[in-house]
Design a protein around this ligand. Sequence first.
Ligand SMILES: Nc1ncnc2c1ncn2[C@@H]1O[C@H](COP(=O)(O)OP(=O)(O)OP(=O)(O)O)[C@@H](O)[C@H]1O
Ligand SMILES: [Mg+2]
Length: 380
Amino acid sequence: MEIKRLHLKNFRNYKEEDICFSRGISLIYGDNAQGKTNIIEALYLFATGKSHRTRNMNELIMHGEQFFYLLLEFEDKNYAQKIEIKFEKGKRKELFINEVKKDRLSDLLGIVPSVLFAPESLLTIKGSPGERRKLIDIVLCLVNKTYLYNLQKYNRILKNKNILLKQIQAGKQKPEMLNVWNESQAEAGALIIKERVALTESLETRMDRLLLGISDGGENIKIRYKTSIVNCDNVSDGILYTLNENMQKEIEQGICLYGPHRDDLEIDVNDKNSRIYCSQGQQRSVALALNIAILEEMELRIGKTPLLLLDDVMSELDEKRQKYLFDIINDKQTIITTTEKTKFMESGKEISYIHIKNGKIIDQKEYQGNIPDEIQKQRW
Ligand SMILES: Nc1ncnc2c1ncn2[C@@H]1O[C@H](COP(=O)(O)OP(=O)(O)OP(=O)(O)O)[C@@H](O)[C@H]1O
Ligand SMILES: [Mg+2]
């Protein structure tokens, strides 16, 4: 898979622009607040259907406009393909894949997969358990639709059970009503835990190898899936047992307290929790190793190399880690944003340079593929 061209209309600070990408590294450079991350955000939207910066789609529409429209042209298995996303205020997002309208945004998943590494990626290491669950869930949803549907089902169960717990607390419902919800929660929850545990085991092996390379062999890594669910032969039985044991507690608090929505991943470096004990530099290395491990794992599971999106991270890595990253991305299509163009000149790689200023491309050089002769007439 290789992305070729992105067309943006009324997206963030882009009125109407076209960007062509190289098959190797595309370096998007420019001063602060010119629109570099906005491009990363648009590409990430094609991978996940969501922005990595906001849940509010209205924020993505250019101020003063009513809609945005994005078109991505890419090549997969030697076929030229395209995906279009349109969002109009007050309406649902619209998705077209090769001109065919799709009802669900989840139809996107796995088509143009990407891995994003940004300054905020450090939150996966330093932040709350929710940040780590979010990352793991994104990866699993991208590689496995069944996981996505099951996760959506689990979240619906939690929502309904929370309402019921509050009603029981207020004396409007009987506690026995919980049994059916607990059983559903146990069934859907077990699938989530099993998939997450399997993924963390694979990531651990990969990260251990990667981190040894990044840190000159001084550090080893362990990832533990931490859950409050009682350990049973069968995960679903374990969840049900835990829920039944703690029914009164959940009623008292009026909220679902046990299950994969409360789990965490603990990433240990040299047997110490990286969230608490690692230095800033070590945490960066761990975050880098984690993202590369995710890239490898997605490559294996989907059977195509994800696009690597590196938003403003090069300047935060020392020379050795930069070099390590460059070696890894050797054969992968990569989009890098930076404020300092010169830093990358000496890397010796095939790079196309895209200069951005105030939502406009003012220079685009050394593109290795075909730049379309004329820009297609757009649907909107
Ligand atoms: N909905 C919108 N309509 C118009 N402009 C917007 C909208 N949302 C964001 N912007 C503008 O986009 C710009 C920020 O873009 P972006 O985050 O891509 O910057 P950047 O080049 O990555 O900067 P930095 O180097 O600081 O990370 C800001 O000028 C902001 O005002
Ligand atoms: Mg930025």
